[in-house]
Write a protein that binds this ligand. Structure first.
Ligand code: GDP
Length: 186
């Protein structure tokens, strides 16, 4: 794992798959579930990590773990710092991205911070794959309702692909790998 000091990114010799989402959305757990081992730190301190972590996968590509946003108790200074890191990543490095995975908690409605990110991505012309997390916490009925809701609201941001996921039940993990493999073939 390479934790970049935020003023340097690793050499872009390999493509990258980037993961972004609100603090506590389940991003670290999902990275661990995808890789089948504990690589990302499941945090007890939401909103605290502000480095960009690069995980080299099979020597072939990177998983990029961007710091979580939107934690209620972060200070204005912390939010500014987050914004700087993220803006820099997207302006200087997103060209090396094969796909962006935007993680959203399946149980809730879209939050203002999610909307801000999605609006900004739309301006940048980046269409993320949305991963709806923690689906094990919903009944199948509730989940279907949430999927319809997210399909409707996310289409307004140009999102074309939504994958329901759970790090606990492992729902969606194979589907995420499928889109990664497809992206690598393009
Ligand atoms: P991050 O801040 O986005 O990296 O989120 P974490 O992976 O640290 O997870 C935040 C909390 O949600 C932790 O208590 C996890 O155990 C829990 N969590 C994460 N993913 C899942 C999931 O798929 N199902 C359930 N039930 N809990 C989850």
């Amino acid at each position: 794992m390479i934790a970049t000091p935020n003023d340097r990114f690793p050499d872009p010799l390999l493509g990258e798959f980037t993961f972004v989402g609100r603090s506590n959305v389940g991003k670290s757990s999902l990275l661990n579930a995808l890789l089948g081992k504990k690589v990302a730190f499941v945090s007890k301190n939401p909103g605290k990590t502000k480095t960009i972590n690069y995980f080299k996968v099979n020597g072939k590509f990177y998983f990029v773990d961007l710091p979580g946003y939107g934690y209620a108790r972060t200070s204005k200074k912390d939010r500014e710092e987050w914004r700087k890191i993220i803006e820099r990543y997207f302006s200087e490095r997103s060209w090396n991205m094969k796909l962006l995975f935007s993680l959203i908690d399946s149980r809730h409605e879209l939050m203002e911070s999610d909307e801000q990110l999605l609006e900004w991505l739309q301006i940048l012309g980046i269409s993320p794959v949305v991963l709806l997390t923690k689906t094990d916490k919903l009944s199948s009925n509730e989940l279907n309702k949430q999927i319809s809701y997210f399909k409707r609201v996310l289409s307004e941001y140009g999102v074309e692909k939504i994958i329901p996921c759970s790090s606990l039940s492992k729902e969606g993990i194979e589907d995420v790998w499928k889109v990664i493999v497809e992206a690598l073939q393009n």
